[in-house]
Design a protein. Structure first.
Length: 363
């Protein structure tokens, strides 16, 4: 057992309380949060939460999780600190080193992989309204004229297609668990003339639907919370949930998925992601697509992967392991990443894509 301070801030009174709680690795949840703190009328009792933490001392893991939820999408631009400078040295802007990278990659075939939210479209409060601009769409269309191009997203494939609306692209939805090749143009077929298609988590469809329904019921009393059905996975959004009740939301989600050991929980930007516990992620999707395009063991390919989220790290890791390609993280602030380069925001991504096309035209 160790003593741990659980800090609870009350925005109304401006008070911050540090409660010393006894904690051991085995009681990390304890009974502290086992009952919902949101009443049927939707009222959240902060007092109840504090009381439970005081009496049960099980808040440590909750706090750790809340910290991680907070860190999942930091919004402020860091000032020019030493950290920032050092991060930029280690992850230079893909724009500032553009010529160097391209000169070093001469003769290689470029394949472009693009995440959607936070990469092609800015992060917005309502996930249904995360539109990309027409200018961005035109940039992606131009890129796809010269290089095989794939969208790799946590969203379900149909939904991300509806945002992007370009049939010449490859789409890998549900964090790579639903892959389909282009329906027009650039149609490279797999060996044996099969068209590109892959759904490694098909058997999970009924389970995902079931959990979706349960979650809708469970979280309907949490103001601002939203569940998005991404076909082979689910997203529980907390961007519009008051931070004081994040712990309650998390507890509700945990309560549901503890009955589904074949599902796992991960985090994206102000979102909890529930997905099949199979070894298949955006990294596998990247490898599958390279293989489909005939670049499996080729040294002659330069995969360029641009993404902003934790789930994109799986793809960055694959590039590192292969020792080839450009992993580009979209972020305004220093983050731990397996990417080698950075871009600050979607507008820089668009500029990078345009430069890629210009470079190709002139080379
Ligand atoms: O892999 P991605 O294409 O980046 O998809 C990841 C999740 O993106 C979406 O949520 C994120 O963007 C929303 C709109 O800007 C924002 O409101 C939310 O807070 C972000 O987490 C999408 O709605 C999720 O389903 C995806 O899993």
């Amino acid at each position: 057992m160790t003593n741990q301070n659980v800090v609870i801030s009350d925005a109304k009174s401006g008070l911050t309380m540090a409660i010393a709680v006894a904690m051991s690795e085995s009681n990390i949840y304890s009974a502290a949060m086992s009952k919902p703190l949101v009443a049927a009328n939707g009222y959240f009792s902060r007092k109840k939460l504090i009381k439970k933490l005081e009496t049960n001392g099980g808040g440590a893991r909750i706090n750790a999780f809340i910290d991680s939820m907070r860190a999942s999408s930091p919004t402020s631009r860091a000032s020019e600190t030493e950290d920032q400078k050092s991060w930029i040295i280690h992850h230079p802007s893909a724009l500032s080193v553009f010529e160097d990278i391209m000169n070093a990659s001469k003769g290689k075939e470029i394949v472009v992989f693009l995440d959607y939210d936070g990469t092609l479209s800015p992060i917005v409060e309502d996930p249904e309204l995360a539109f990309m601009t027409n200018e961005m769409r035109a940039a992606v269309r131009d890129v796809a004229k010269f290089f095989p191009t794939a969208i790799v997203s946590g969203r379900c494939r149909a939904k991300v297609y509806n945002f992007v609306k370009l049939s010449e692209l490859y789409y890998a939805g549900s964090h790579g668990m639903d892959i389909q090749g282009p329906t027009k143009g650039h149609k490279k077929q797999r060996k044996g003339n099969q068209s590109v298609f892959c759904q490694p988590a098909r058997e999970f469809l009924p389970m995902i639907d079931e959990v979706h329904k349960i979650l809708l019921e469970k979280i309907k009393f949490i103001p601002g919370a939203k569940v998005e059905n991404n076909k082979f996975c689910l997203s529980v959004h907390f961007r519009c949930v008051d931070e004081k009740i994040w712990s309650e939301l998390w507890e509700q989600v945990r309560e549901v998925i503890k009955d589904y050991p074949k599902l796992r929980l991960s985090q994206g930007r102000k979102v909890l992601e529930i997905r099949p516990a199979i070894k298949w992620d955006k990294g596998n999707a990247l490898e599958f697509l390279l293989e489909s395009l005939g670049y499996d063991k080729s040294n002659n390919v330069l995969p360029v992967y641009i993404g902003d989220d934790r789930t994109d790290e799986d793809a960055f890791k694959v590039l590192r392991k292969r020792g080839q390609g450009l992993g580009i993280l979209v972020s305004k602030i220093p983050k731990e990443t397996n990417a080698s380069y950075s871009l600050q925001e979607p507008s820089e991504v668009m500029y990078f894509l345009k430069r890629l096309v210009e470079w190709k035209k002139s080379s």
